[in-house]
Design a protein around this ligand. Structure first.
Ligand code: FMN
Length: 220
Protein backbone atom coordinates (compact mmCIF):
# COMPACT_ATOMS: atom_id res chain seq x y z
CA UNK A 1 0.00 0.00 0.00
CA UNK A 2 1.49 3.40 -0.98
CA UNK A 3 1.82 6.12 1.62
CA UNK A 4 -0.19 9.30 1.39
CA UNK A 5 2.06 12.08 0.04
CA UNK A 6 3.17 14.28 2.96
CA UNK A 7 2.83 18.05 2.82
CA UNK A 8 4.05 20.74 5.18
CA UNK A 9 1.75 21.39 8.10
CA UNK A 10 0.18 24.79 7.88
CA UNK A 11 -2.05 26.22 10.60
CA UNK A 12 -4.52 27.14 7.86
CA UNK A 13 -4.70 24.09 5.61
CA UNK A 14 -6.08 25.07 2.23
CA UNK A 15 -8.80 22.43 1.84
CA UNK A 16 -10.73 23.53 4.96
CA UNK A 17 -14.29 24.55 4.10
CA UNK A 18 -15.13 28.21 4.34
CA UNK A 19 -16.89 29.26 7.54
CA UNK A 20 -20.60 28.69 7.35
CA UNK A 21 -22.45 31.48 5.59
CA UNK A 22 -25.25 31.21 8.15
CA UNK A 23 -26.74 34.64 8.61
CA UNK A 24 -25.67 36.37 11.78
CA UNK A 25 -28.86 37.94 13.15
CA UNK A 26 -26.94 40.78 14.83
CA UNK A 27 -25.09 41.98 11.74
CA UNK A 28 -27.17 41.13 8.71
CA UNK A 29 -30.44 42.07 7.16
CA UNK A 30 -31.88 38.98 8.80
CA UNK A 31 -32.28 41.16 11.87
CA UNK A 32 -34.96 43.15 10.12
CA UNK A 33 -36.66 39.89 9.24
CA UNK A 34 -36.72 38.93 12.91
CA UNK A 35 -40.13 37.21 12.99
CA UNK A 36 -38.95 35.03 10.13
CA UNK A 37 -35.53 34.15 11.55
CA UNK A 38 -36.82 33.69 15.08
CA UNK A 39 -39.34 31.08 14.03
CA UNK A 40 -38.24 27.47 14.49
CA UNK A 41 -39.76 26.71 11.09
CA UNK A 42 -37.78 29.45 9.29
CA UNK A 43 -35.91 27.96 6.33
CA UNK A 44 -32.16 27.46 6.66
CA UNK A 45 -30.36 27.55 3.29
CA UNK A 46 -29.11 24.18 2.04
CA UNK A 47 -25.65 25.70 1.56
CA UNK A 48 -25.41 26.37 5.30
CA UNK A 49 -26.11 22.72 6.06
CA UNK A 50 -23.57 21.65 3.41
CA UNK A 51 -20.89 23.75 5.11
CA UNK A 52 -21.79 22.42 8.53
CA UNK A 53 -21.43 18.86 7.27
CA UNK A 54 -18.09 19.57 5.61
CA UNK A 55 -16.89 21.08 8.91
CA UNK A 56 -18.01 17.94 10.79
CA UNK A 57 -16.28 15.84 8.16
CA UNK A 58 -12.89 17.39 9.00
CA UNK A 59 -12.98 15.36 12.24
CA UNK A 60 -10.14 12.93 12.84
CA UNK A 61 -11.01 9.26 12.41
CA UNK A 62 -9.32 5.93 13.05
CA UNK A 63 -6.99 5.19 10.08
CA UNK A 64 -8.61 8.10 8.23
CA UNK A 65 -11.63 5.96 7.39
CA UNK A 66 -14.14 8.79 7.89
CA UNK A 67 -16.75 6.21 8.86
CA UNK A 68 -19.78 8.49 8.74
CA UNK A 69 -22.69 9.37 6.49
CA UNK A 70 -24.78 12.46 7.14
CA UNK A 71 -28.32 11.97 5.85
CA UNK A 72 -30.04 15.31 5.49
CA UNK A 73 -33.84 15.30 5.56
CA UNK A 74 -35.80 18.34 4.45
CA UNK A 75 -38.74 16.48 2.88
CA UNK A 76 -41.86 16.98 5.06
CA UNK A 77 -43.22 13.50 4.31
CA UNK A 78 -40.01 11.80 5.41
CA UNK A 79 -39.84 14.02 8.50
CA UNK A 80 -43.41 12.97 9.36
CA UNK A 81 -42.48 9.29 8.98
CA UNK A 82 -39.44 9.77 11.20
CA UNK A 83 -41.52 11.56 13.84
CA UNK A 84 -44.17 8.86 13.82
CA UNK A 85 -41.62 6.05 14.20
CA UNK A 86 -39.56 7.93 16.81
CA UNK A 87 -42.64 8.71 18.91
CA UNK A 88 -43.77 5.08 18.74
CA UNK A 89 -40.40 3.99 20.18
CA UNK A 90 -40.27 6.82 22.71
CA UNK A 91 -43.82 6.13 23.91
CA UNK A 92 -42.78 2.57 24.73
CA UNK A 93 -39.54 3.73 26.32
CA UNK A 94 -41.20 6.26 28.60
CA UNK A 95 -43.98 3.79 29.46
CA UNK A 96 -42.00 0.83 30.69
CA UNK A 97 -38.75 0.32 28.78
CA UNK A 98 -36.69 2.89 30.70
CA UNK A 99 -35.60 2.12 34.24
CA UNK A 100 -36.99 4.06 37.20
CA UNK A 101 -33.53 5.58 37.71
CA UNK A 102 -33.40 6.77 34.08
CA UNK A 103 -36.87 8.32 34.29
CA UNK A 104 -35.91 10.03 37.56
CA UNK A 105 -32.76 11.46 35.94
CA UNK A 106 -34.75 12.75 32.97
CA UNK A 107 -37.63 14.22 35.01
CA UNK A 108 -35.94 17.60 35.76
CA UNK A 109 -35.42 18.13 32.02
CA UNK A 110 -39.15 17.83 31.36
CA UNK A 111 -38.91 15.63 28.27
CA UNK A 112 -41.57 13.11 27.25
CA UNK A 113 -42.36 10.82 24.32
CA UNK A 114 -43.65 13.60 22.10
CA UNK A 115 -41.17 14.93 19.52
CA UNK A 116 -42.88 17.68 17.49
CA UNK A 117 -39.50 19.24 16.68
CA UNK A 118 -38.90 16.37 14.26
CA UNK A 119 -41.43 18.01 11.93
CA UNK A 120 -40.92 21.64 12.93
CA UNK A 121 -37.16 21.87 12.30
CA UNK A 122 -36.31 22.71 8.68
CA UNK A 123 -33.63 20.02 8.55
CA UNK A 124 -32.96 16.74 10.29
CA UNK A 125 -29.39 15.51 10.06
CA UNK A 126 -29.32 11.79 10.71
CA UNK A 127 -25.76 10.68 11.35
CA UNK A 128 -24.92 7.08 10.48
CA UNK A 129 -21.77 5.28 11.55
CA UNK A 130 -20.14 2.76 9.24
CA UNK A 131 -19.50 -0.47 11.11
CA UNK A 132 -17.36 -1.45 8.11
CA UNK A 133 -17.00 -0.16 4.55
CA UNK A 134 -17.39 -1.83 1.19
CA UNK A 135 -14.64 -1.46 -1.41
CA UNK A 136 -15.03 -3.20 -4.75
CA UNK A 137 -17.51 -5.65 -3.22
CA UNK A 138 -15.14 -6.45 -0.32
CA UNK A 139 -15.67 -5.71 3.34
CA UNK A 140 -13.00 -3.42 4.84
CA UNK A 141 -12.58 -2.68 8.51
CA UNK A 142 -13.16 0.67 10.16
CA UNK A 143 -11.45 1.47 13.43
CA UNK A 144 -12.63 3.31 16.55
CA UNK A 145 -15.91 3.95 14.81
CA UNK A 146 -17.83 5.23 17.86
CA UNK A 147 -15.02 7.54 18.89
CA UNK A 148 -14.57 8.89 15.35
CA UNK A 149 -18.26 9.48 14.69
CA UNK A 150 -18.70 10.95 18.17
CA UNK A 151 -15.95 13.48 17.46
CA UNK A 152 -17.51 14.34 14.08
CA UNK A 153 -20.86 14.90 15.81
CA UNK A 154 -19.13 17.16 18.34
CA UNK A 155 -17.68 19.21 15.50
CA UNK A 156 -21.13 19.32 13.89
CA UNK A 157 -22.90 20.50 17.05
CA UNK A 158 -20.26 23.17 17.70
CA UNK A 159 -20.50 24.38 14.09
CA UNK A 160 -24.31 24.48 14.23
CA UNK A 161 -24.23 26.70 17.30
CA UNK A 162 -21.40 28.80 15.92
CA UNK A 163 -23.62 29.47 12.90
CA UNK A 164 -26.34 30.91 15.16
CA UNK A 165 -28.57 27.87 14.82
CA UNK A 166 -29.77 25.41 17.42
CA UNK A 167 -30.03 21.64 17.58
CA UNK A 168 -30.79 18.72 19.85
CA UNK A 169 -28.83 15.53 20.21
CA UNK A 170 -31.66 13.05 19.88
CA UNK A 171 -31.42 9.28 20.30
CA UNK A 172 -34.86 7.71 19.96
CA UNK A 173 -34.11 4.21 21.09
CA UNK A 174 -33.91 1.76 19.38
CA UNK A 175 -33.07 3.76 16.26
CA UNK A 176 -33.02 1.10 13.53
CA UNK A 177 -36.23 2.53 12.00
CA UNK A 178 -33.98 5.28 10.60
CA UNK A 179 -32.00 2.76 8.59
CA UNK A 180 -35.26 1.49 7.05
CA UNK A 181 -36.91 4.85 6.39
CA UNK A 182 -33.74 6.28 4.82
CA UNK A 183 -32.94 3.03 3.05
CA UNK A 184 -29.33 2.84 4.26
CA UNK A 185 -27.08 -0.12 3.46
CA UNK A 186 -26.35 -2.91 5.97
CA UNK A 187 -22.99 -1.47 7.03
CA UNK A 188 -24.52 1.81 8.24
CA UNK A 189 -26.07 2.12 11.70
CA UNK A 190 -27.93 5.18 13.02
CA UNK A 191 -25.83 7.12 15.52
CA UNK A 192 -27.54 10.46 16.25
CA UNK A 193 -30.58 12.35 15.01
CA UNK A 194 -29.89 16.08 14.98
CA UNK A 195 -32.71 18.52 14.14
CA UNK A 196 -31.34 21.90 13.05
CA UNK A 197 -33.07 25.26 12.88
CA UNK A 198 -33.58 28.63 14.49
CA UNK A 199 -34.67 28.92 18.11
CA UNK A 200 -38.31 29.80 18.70
CA UNK A 201 -39.05 33.30 19.95
CA UNK A 202 -38.90 33.11 23.74
CA UNK A 203 -37.48 29.58 23.73
CA UNK A 204 -36.25 28.39 27.13
CA UNK A 205 -33.64 25.82 28.13
CA UNK A 206 -32.87 24.27 31.53
CA UNK A 207 -30.53 26.43 33.64
CA UNK A 208 -27.90 23.77 34.20
CA UNK A 209 -24.83 23.91 36.39
CA UNK A 210 -21.61 22.85 34.70
CA UNK A 211 -19.10 20.93 36.79
CA UNK A 212 -16.14 23.08 37.79
CA UNK A 213 -12.60 22.63 36.53
CA UNK A 214 -11.62 20.87 39.75
CA UNK A 215 -14.42 18.33 39.23
CA UNK A 216 -13.59 17.49 35.63
CA UNK A 217 -9.79 17.58 35.61
CA UNK A 218 -6.91 15.96 37.41
CA UNK A 219 -3.49 17.53 36.89
CA UNK A 220 -0.16 15.76 37.26
C1 FMN B 1 -25.59 11.15 23.33
C2 FMN B 1 -26.75 12.02 23.73
C3 FMN B 1 -28.03 11.55 23.55
C4 FMN B 1 -29.14 12.34 23.87
N1 FMN B 1 -30.40 11.90 23.62
C5 FMN B 1 -31.46 12.71 23.86
C6 FMN B 1 -32.77 12.31 23.50
O1 FMN B 1 -33.00 11.25 22.95
N2 FMN B 1 -33.81 13.17 23.75
C7 FMN B 1 -33.60 14.38 24.32
O2 FMN B 1 -34.56 15.13 24.53
N3 FMN B 1 -32.35 14.78 24.66
C8 FMN B 1 -31.30 13.97 24.43
N4 FMN B 1 -30.04 14.40 24.74
C9 FMN B 1 -29.88 15.74 25.27
C10 FMN B 1 -29.42 15.75 26.69
O3 FMN B 1 -30.42 15.33 27.55
C11 FMN B 1 -29.02 17.20 26.91
O4 FMN B 1 -27.76 17.33 26.32
C12 FMN B 1 -29.05 17.62 28.33
O5 FMN B 1 -30.34 17.67 28.75
C13 FMN B 1 -28.50 19.00 28.51
O6 FMN B 1 -27.41 18.89 29.27
P1 FMN B 1 -26.00 19.15 28.65
O7 FMN B 1 -26.03 20.51 28.05
O8 FMN B 1 -25.08 19.00 29.79
O9 FMN B 1 -25.83 18.09 27.61
C14 FMN B 1 -28.93 13.62 24.43
C15 FMN B 1 -27.62 14.08 24.60
C16 FMN B 1 -26.54 13.30 24.26
C17 FMN B 1 -25.16 13.85 24.42
Amino acid sequence: MTEYPHIHYSPKPSPRPKPSPAPNPSTTSWKSAAPYASSPTAPVPKEVIENLIMTASTAPSGAHKQPWTFCVVGDPDIKAKIREAAEAEERESYNGRMSEEWLRDLAPLGTDWQKPFLEIAPWLIVVFKKAYEMEGGERRKCYYVNESVGIACGFLLAAIHHAGLVSLTHTPSPMNFLQKILDRPDNERPFLLIPVGYPAEGATVPDLRRKGLEEVSVWF
